[in-house]
Ligand binder design. Structure first.
Ligand code: IFM
Length: 466
């Protein structure tokens, strides 16, 4: 699909997204304390190749060069995240002025280039001090999060008007506390479900205080990673497995936020794993308070079949052990991450959201993109045509969803730079700009040039004539 074939409405915004621990480096500068990801990545065997975020893309110092790349790309907005351990090294108490100053510099550089800052308050780098006290298993962490958020929004709120509370609470809770694939690397049942609830409670508390403190034209939302879920066959057991997969990957997060409820299935699916007694009266009203927009991160569809539980005894089961397994057909295209590629899945997901939640707020696609093992050729180019295809097909799917009535306002490509891809380290490159992690040289890939043209064409087409 060429850029001319992607018919997005006038005013549609284009952006790029990145996150603090994946790019900043400078992990012990200006008072920053360790986060759970510093601890996890320094634990042998947790990250491919023993990679850490110690240096990453050196964005903490090289941000002017990176903002210049964004300006040249022509994006309307940059979605970044604020590192909690830079702002509150102990996870509580007054703000560290040197930490805030970095986000001042970044915000000012963006605004000087006419790029709208979109700030995410939590993209997984919990101060280690808070994890040592119990982390997201504790209700108290939700309260700490709201305090931290107030420090950041009060300080940057004169310039940043679009805020995202959490990035992908599914990953922070389920990968962090159930599968153990992400920091802090726990494998729990009740603890992981409590973490999910307390993350959402933290979101709700921040929305509540945002309404009290922020200017009327400021906007707040949350980013969820959701998948269109389908059974791999018509067998009743696969259909039931798909219901449980839908619960775990979507409804456990989308229902409380968008409808102020937990799905009934949660009680039966987690029976014996957790009594869900961490949910207190009034929590769902807090979590379900209206938001101004919903951020959606989409990477792949989820087709599932029934599978035996890893652990027969529910009392010893981790929260991800729900008796289903993802099915990827041999003939299905997949990325180097092993993720199936299906652009229409994004359209289906958006239409499902629209049909499931009356009063759905406007949507931004806050992340979408694909990994490659990209290298710079002798002539200095990076041929990532698979990424061009991926991005263009997915933007086409967004355009179709808009045609079908879904209110999607913008799209952020993940990611501008190759960066620290969590447990996969630096091997998996998601950037539209290649980064040489030895020299820190940035080289725009073919996808960067393609996206640049698409944005320019869109802006030209949308510009008022005469
Ligand atoms: O790199 C991550 C990002 O931090 C969160 N969403 C998915 C991306 C690709 O895995």
């Amino acid at each position: 699909m060429s850029s001319q074939d992607i018919a997005l409405p006038p005013g549609f915004e284009f952006g790029v997204a990145m996150a603090s621990y994946q790019i900043e480096g400078a992990v012990d500068e200006d008072g920053r304390s360790p986060s759970i990801w510093d601890t996890f990545s320094h634990t042998p065997g947790k990250v491919v190749g023993g990679d850490t975020g110690d240096v990453a893309c050196e964005h903490y110092h090289r941000y002017p060069e990176d903002v210049a790349l964004m300006a040249d790309l022509g994006v309307d907005s940059y979605r970044f995240s604020v590192a909690w351990p830079r702002i509150q090294p102990d996870g509580k108490g007054p703000a560290n002025a040197a930490g805030l100053a970095f986000y001042d510099r970044l915000t000012d550089a963006l605004l000087e280039r006419g790029i709208t800052p979109t700030a995410t308050l939590y993209h997984w780098d919990l101060p280690q001090a808070l994890e040592d006290a119990g982390g997201w298993r504790l209700r108290d962490t939700a309260e700490r999060f709201a305090e931290y958020a107030a420090l950041v929004t009060d300080h940057l709120g004169d310039r940043v008007t679009r805020w995202i509370t959490l990035n992908e609470p599914y990953c922070s809770s389920m990968l962090g506390y159930a599968t153990g694939r992400h920091a802090p690397g726990a494998r729990e049942g009740d603890g992981a479900l409590a973490a999910a609830h307390h993350l959402l409670l933290g979101h709700g508390l921040v929305v509540q205080q945002f309404r009290d403190r922020a200017a009327a034209d400021h906007r707040v939302g949350i980013t969820l990673n959701l998948e269109p879920v389908a059974p791999a066959s018509d067998r009743p057991e696969d259909r039931a497995a798909a219901d449980r997969a839908l619960l775990a990957s979507n409804l456990l997060f989308s229902d409380p936020v968008l409808a102020g409820r937990y799905p009934e299935l949660a009680r039966t699916a987690y029976e014996g794993v957790s009594d869900l007694s961490f949910i207190r009266e009034g929590d769902l009203a807090t979590i379900g308070a209206p938001i101004d927009f919903l951020g959606i991160n989409y990477y792949f569809p989820l087709n599932v079949e029934q599978a035996p539980h890893d652990e027969p005894d529910p009392a010893r089961r981790t929260a991800d052990d729900l008796g289903y397994a993802q099915v990827v057909r041999d003939d299905e295209p997949t990325t180097v991450m092993g993720w199936p590629v299906e652009a229409d899945g994004l359209r289906r997901l958006l239409v499902w959201l629209h049909d499931t939640y009356p009063g759905l707020p406007p949507i931004y696609i806050t992340e979408n993109g694909t990994a490659g093992l990209d290298t710079v050729a002798d002539d200095g180019t990076v041929d990532d045509r698979l990424r061009v295809r991926y991005l263009s097909d997915h933007l086409g799917a967004v355009a179709q969803a808009i045609d079908e009535g879904v209110d999607v306002r913008g799209y952020y490509c993940w990611s501008l730079l190759d960066n620290f891809e969590w447990a996969e380290g630096y091997r998996m490159r998601f950037g539209i700009v290649h980064v040489d992690f030895d020299s820190q040289v940035r080289t725009p890939k073919a996808s960067y040039h393609w996206y640049r043209r698409l944005i320019a064409d869109h802006h030209a087409g949308a510009a008022p004539t005469g």
